[in-house]
Design a protein around this ligand. Structure first.
Ligand SMILES: CC(C)(COP(=O)(O)OP(=O)(O)OC[C@H]1O[C@@H](n2cnc3c(N)ncnc32)[C@H](O)[C@@H]1OP(=O)(O)O)[C@@H](O)C(=O)NCCC(=O)NCCS
Length: 343
């Protein structure tokens, strides 16, 4: 069976309105902007409030990616949502997205913590290249604020809420998903956990919770794991794609923190301008961090056709993975605008 070529045709994002700055956090716990900025690069994060939820963020990101590609929900054949903090155990966030975008596609969630987007890309790539589905929407959506102990300075400064999405499609031209590599090590499962995760509202009901309701992390172990494993997975995915590190235009790493990213950058000998991040404003949004950064890079006019991009995820599980893609997506909103001006 010959494999179908796959490409990315859309990217989108959606972020909650409420901003929490480092200074605001320093009024809740004993911390300060200097400590947080110097160790993580984060200046602020967004958190859900009012009627916002993981599904509302996922729907917003999905609609943004569809508009980017000039498509509607009817054009989507499968919806995969990566989330470690879904609104419900079931129905899945992906099913809520399906209804909201007017799609009839099968839909399901995956949990692979902060590697979820790359796991989702891998699932989409397999289905499209096998010819099972033509277009797959992959979403990463999180509301960590529900599962943060806002009295624990070790974790509350690190995470943020948000969603990002990419739309993948069978291609008329070359294959643009050059390689995908996934990995996991369940022996280190307890280094980063969210044991029960039962909650309904962010920033409230603290008295009803116990420690199993919160994200817990062995920060130093995760840091050591990331700086060793992430460069290895990127190198290995590049090799699998038949490329050299010099062929890479950009690295879009998961936004765990800037020190990890800088260490990875040093090990791979990449220049500052090759690193695409948006972590200052959003902190660690887990599955959403890479598509949000990609979306913002696109909006800033950074990405050009033919750019080779490594999307890398790592986190709880422990899990990690990298997708090497060639960028060929075109923002149809902009193109349509230009076309109508020409008329
Ligand atoms: C969490 C992390 C930033 C902490 O940095 P670190 O260099 O290990 O921390 P340091 O050793 O410099 O400092 C630890 C001290 O700072 C304190 N501290 C922790 N959080 C703090 C905060 N927000 N503000 C001020 N002090 C804080 C600790 O209590 C500890 O104090 P002690 O020495 O008196 O016990 C770092 O370990 C890290 O980035 N880990 C990876 C986390 C991650 O990316 N997780 C997600 C993966 S998907």
């Amino acid at each position: 069976m010959s494999l179908k070529p796959v490409t990315i045709i859309g990217v989108g994002k959606c972020l909650p309105d409420r901003i929490i700055t480092n200074d605001e956090l320093s009024q809740i716990v004993e911390t300060n902007d200097e400590w947080i900025s110097s160790r993580t690069g984060f200046k602020q994060r967004r958190v859900i409030s009012g009627s916002e939820s993981v599904s509302s963020l996922a729907i917003g990101a999905a609609k943004d990616a569809l508009e980017f590609a000039g498509m509607t929900g009817e054009d989507v054949d499968l919806i995969v949502c990566a989330s470690s903090t879904p609104d419900y155990m079931f129905p899945s966030t992906a099913c809520e997205v399906q209804a909201a975008i007017g799609s009839k596609a099968p839909a399901f969630n995956v949990i692979a913590a902060c590697s979820g987007l790359v796991y989702g890309i891998s699932i989409a790539n397999s289905f499209i290249s096998a010819g099972t589905y033509k277009r797959v929407l992959v979403i990463g959506a999180e509301a960590h604020s529900r599962y943060i102990d806002w009295q624990d300075r070790n974790t509350c400064v690190l995470f943020g809420d948000g969603a990002g999405a990419i739309l993948m499609s069978e291609s008329d031209g070359e294959n643009d998903v050059l390689s995908v590599e996934l990995a996991a090590d369940g022996k280190k499962a307890l280094e980063l956990t969210l044991p029960s995760g039962k909650t309904s509202c962010p920033l409230v009901e603290l008295e009803q919770k116990d420690e199993s309701d919160y994200i817990w992390m062995n920060g130093k172990e995760i840091y050591k794991f990331a700086v060793v494993t992430v460069p290895k997975t990127i190198k290995s995915a590049i090799e699998k794609a038949g490329l050299e590190i010099e062929d890479l235009t950009y690295l879009v790493p998961h936004h765990a923190n800037m020190r990890i990213i800088s260490a990875v950058q040093d090990r791979l000998k990449l220049k500052d301008e090759q690193i695409i991040v948006s972590l200052e404003n959003y902190a660690n949004t887990s599955t959403a961090s890479t598509p949000i950064a990609l979306s913002e890079a696109m909006e800033a006019g950074k990405l050009k056709r033919g750019d080779v991009i490594a999307l890398c995820g790592f986190g709880g599980g422990l899990t990690w993975g990298t997708a090497i893609i060639r960028w060929n997506a075109e923002d149809k909103r902009k193109t349509d605008g230009l076309e109508s001006l020409k008329k």
